[in-house]
Design a protein. Structure first.
Length: 329
């Protein structure tokens, strides 16, 4: 019997812009404090992309260049690049195309996905299917968001939460029991009312009024999102662990980094080993599609071949999901 082809991660990289916005600096811009942000969210600072002509594709391209170098891969070997983002440089072309243009990737096709904070895991799921088909050998998954481009820096309810970053992984086929093993995803489309951007799309074109009222910025009802995030992230993480008979104490948990209190709630519900719940929200804030690759990148040195990793996320849509993956190197 032919062995099943799986998609394994063979390299990871990340990029954060140089400029750091600390809680102290933010407290001069809006009515907030380091004490409130640390106790309610767990963020100390976030990186912000600055400079004219800079956008999401620049961060994505930096992450991809690092990834190609680190894995010894030539740009022309890449078959497909998919970018998960909700902050594309422009409505079109896809940011994935712009990233290919900036990294000399010429033999690939490329497109974006739009899944908010589930951007990385949904895009990884799509990329894994291309590898599993047997037709594609080298697929790059990028998670990149320039959240500062849609944050209202006069709104204290959202401005402390978000940062800018990009991460990228290389997917390649394997017939070993490694790579993407199982996943559980879901959406509840009625949840959109709690987290969205009101203007700028086909529903509400921009006018002077929408600009004056900051309707092109993130609108979030924090408490509703919080409650759903705790329930759904814990549900999917538990489901993926139980149905595959995994020992939760041995699994590395890489949760989406939106709020330290959400992560703590997920950890308590499934009784993970605290040492194996990976957190870096303090340094970067919520970088949407980039949070999980940033965690992967920061803690890569801890993983050994065959280790069980569980990613879980929750975000706009509402959308949620978890992926179980066996580390391949
Ligand atoms: O990535 C997926 C999408 N996002 C999320 O998952 C985020 C989910 N939501 C959250 O993380 C939390 O709901 C927030 C961090 C957004 C807010 O935390 P909270 O504990 O739910 O605060 P709250 O909205 O209930 O506000 C509590 C108090 C209020 O004051 P009063 O009414 O009790 O006097 C707010 O006005 O905190 C006040 N507040 C602030 N105070 C200082 C809200 N934001 C701030 C702030 N600084 N930045």
């Amino acid at each position: 019997m032919e062995k099943k082809i799986r998609a394994k991660i063979t390299g990871i990289s990340s990029y954060v812009p140089d400029f750091i916005l600390t809680n102290e600096e933010l407290s001069k811009m809006v009515d907030t404090s380091d004490e409130w942000i640390m106790s309610h969210v767990g963020i100390k600072e976030r990186h912000i992309l600055k400079g004219p002509g800079k956008a999401t594709s620049d961060m994505g391209a930096e992450a991809v260049k690092k990834l190609l170098k680190k894995t010894g891969t030539k740009p022309e070997e890449i078959d497909l690049l998919i970018c998960g983002t909700v902050t594309p440089d422009m409505f079109f072309p896809a940011t994935a195309c712009l990233i290919c243009g900036k990294t000399d990737i010429k033999n690939a096709f490329a497109f974006d996905t739009n899944s908010g904070c589930c951007g990385f895991i949904y895009t990884l799921s799509v990329g894994a299917r291309y590898i599993e088909s047997g037709r594609y050998k080298k697929v790059i998954i990028v998670g990149a968001d320039m959240n500062s481009s849609m944050v209202d820096y006069t709104d204290r309810a959202t401005s402390p939460l978000f940062g800018d970053a990009a991460g990228a992984v290389l997917l390649e086929p394997t017939t070993e029991e490694l790579g993407v093993m199982d996943e559980q995803m879901g959406v509840d489309g009625s949840g959109w009312t709690h987290l969205h951007i009101k203007a700028g799309g086909s529903l509400m074109r921009h006018t002077h009024e929408t600009i004056e009222n900051n309707l092109g910025c993130i609108y979030m009802e924090g408490q509703s999102v919080f409650k759903w995030a705790v329930i759904k992230m814990a549900d999917v993480a538990e489901e993926i662990i139980k149905r595959n008979g995994l020992d939760s104490k041995k699994v590395w948990l890489l949760p989406h980094q939106a709020n330290l209190r959400i992560i703590d709630a997920v950890e308590n519900r499934i009784s993970f080993d605290k040492e194996k719940v990976l957190v870096n929200i303090e340094k970067y804030g919520n970088t949407s599609a980039a949070t999980i690759p940033l965690v992967l990148s920061d803690f890569e040195h801890k993983f050994k071949k065959g280790d069980d990793l569980a990613f879980c996320s929750f975000g706009a849509g509402f959308s949620w999901g978890a992926i179980w993956l066996k580390w391949a190197y």
